[in-house]
Ligand binder design. Structure first.
Ligand code: DX5
Ligand code: ZN
Length: 218
């Protein structure tokens, strides 16, 4: 299974609705929505209003990546706005088990995102609650950064950890995913690929998405 999830962080916000529809038409599977609070990460992006606006123009799965402090206070708003998948950062959740319970109690699928320096052991005792795991392959905060190679071994180890635990959680990789890194991240065991600049900074979204999919099926 290959899931391509364009991140709207690199879309043209003056035409957000058109951009979302364009990637849907081009064959994207999910739409990835990066929420940044200027605290957990050094950048501010957008909140539930934008999730709600996307919901009005697409039936695609909406995957909301919360790069925010104290996410529990905000999770209900994102669930109400129409998020299908919500990930929280392990580094921002002292009560990670409770945060995951909260997401699931409201309906969306629950995931944990791990920064490049965070070990996989952060999810060891919540593994049975996870619908997906997001491996950050850049430091979160900005689009267009270079892929961190150490992420490959981490994805391989995660893949083993999940299968040993009998988990079907989806492995999502986020940051620097493009034509140059796609084959390696697939081989490591990822199946959901977030791509921001690699999709939105190209003229022909269909050609780009088809190309990425082909590299992952090689
Ligand atoms: C980074 C975000 C990513 C970002 C990826 O903080 O979580 O989703 O949009 O951008 P690219 O694909 O350009 O690295
Ligand atoms: Zn993201």
């Amino acid at each position: 299974m290959t899931l391509i999830a364009p991140s709207i962080l690199s879309a043209d916000f003056t035409r957000l609705g058109e951009e979302v529809k364009a990637v849907e038409k081009a064959g994207a599977d999910w739409i990835h929505i990066d929420v940044m609070d200027g605290q957990f990460v050094p950048n501010i992006s957008y909140g539930p209003i934008v999730v709600q606006a996307c919901r009005r123009v697409t039936n695609m799965v909406m995957d909301v990546h919360l790069m925010i402090e104290t996410p529990d206070a905000r999770i209900p708003d994102f669930a109400k706005a129409g998020a299908d998948y919500i990930s929280v950062h392990a580094e921002a959740c002292p009560h990670l088990h409770r945060s995951l319970q909260l997401i699931k109690s409201l309906g969306p699928k629950a995931g944990v995102a791990l920064n490049p320096a965070t070990p996989l052991s952060a999810i060891e005792y919540v593994i049975d609650m996870l619908d997906f795991v997001l491996i950050m392959s850049v430091n979160p905060g900005f689009g267009g950064q270079k892929f961190i190679d150490a992420s490959l071994n981490k994805i391989t180890a995660l893949s083993k950890m999940l299968s040993e635990a009998g988990s079907n959680a989806i492995i999502q990789v986020d940051g620097g995913v493009n034509n140059d890194t796609m084959e390696a991240v697939t081989r490591a065991g990822a199946c959901c690929f977030v791509a921001g600049s690699a999709v939105f900074n190209t003229p022909d979204y269909k050609k780009t998405i088809d190309g990425l999919r082909k590299l992952s099926e090689k």
